[in-house]
Design a protein around this ligand. Structure first.
Ligand SMILES: [Zn+2]
Ligand SMILES: [Zn+2]
Length: 265
């Protein structure tokens, strides 16, 4: 019998794939459609002037590798921006950004600066609810899933037409991962973080990240074929983590993401 290849029609682009900046590695960002992204670790270099058209950033959490380019797309493209930049996130994430980042000390508070065309303020904050589906365009929606990290954090289920991808973002082991995959049969792909090699399990626990051996435990409960992508490697350990993943039977078919890669689902 000829095995029928599943046609993965839907896609998103990873603009920054790593858990910190390296000489050739950029930090977390996903392009969902022309105007919506998840996280802002790398918007300028990846999108160039198109970054001026991003109007909504869905934040997973407040760590710098996920928010840094909010500062620069506001500053560099201020004159090109015609609509407020919406920062969507958990209430505590938005509060951290307002209090500790766009606070007039580290960077200007753009929520008090009007757009040059007077079409409102440059930044608006909008809190999201976990488990609520938000429509982005005709075919695309997004829903936040709580994750396990050192600050309030969430991953996202991105649905396009009839299939979906679950992006975990930064997390330690999370019982909700399997529950969510079981609940939503439309999820055909998973982007799982893997920050450290397994030899650094203590640091992974301390900083609430995954290693290949934790990732293996994490996906053990998935009982249907799901395309596995891995991101958020710390650049210092790329070779060690890759070697480990490729020699682990349950992980060896995973695709380790690089900046600019496409995720199909
Ligand atoms: Zn991170
Ligand atoms: Zn983090």
């Amino acid at each position: 019998m000829v095995k029928k290849e599943r046609a993965f029609l839907e896609k998103i682009t990873i603009l920054g794939a790593y858990g910190t900046k390296g000489s050739h590695q950029e930090t977390s960002s996903f392009l969902i459609n022309d105007t919506h992204v998840i996280d802002a670790g790398n918007l300028l270099r990846s999108l160039d002037e198109d970054a001026a058209h991003i109007d909504t950033i869905w934040l997973t959490h407040s760590h710098l590798d996920h928010i840094v380019d909010i500062a620069y797309i506001l500053d560099s493209y201020f004159a090109l921006r015609t609509k407020p930049l919406k920062l969507m996130g958990l209430p505590s994430t938005l509060e951290s950004i307002q209090k500790h980042f766009l606070n007039d000390y580290i960077w200007p508070d753009f929520s008090k600066i009007p757009l040059s065309n007077e079409n409102g303020m440059t930044v608006v904050y909008e809190s999201i609810e976990l488990g609520k589906e938000y429509k982005l365009d005709e075919t695309t929606s997004i829903e936040a899933m709580q994750t396990v990290h050192t600050v309030a954090s969430c991953g996202y289920i991105i649905r396009k037409n009839k299939s979906a991808v679950l992006v975990t973002a930064d997390t330690y082991k999370n019982p909700l991962l399997c529950e969510t995959i079981k609940k939503y049969p439309e999820i055909t792909a998973l982007v799982l973080e893997c920050s450290f090699p397994s030899s650094m399990g203590a640091l992974a626990l301390e900083s609430l990240h995954l290693t290949p051996s934790l990732a293996e435990e994490e996906i053990a409960c998935i009982n249907r074929p799901i395309k596995l992508y891995i991101n958020h490697l710390k650049p210092t350990f790329i070779e060690e983590i890759k070697k480990e993943i490729y020699s682990t039977p349950t992980l060896k078919d995973a695709i380790i993401l690089d900046d600019g890669d496409t995720i199909y689902f």
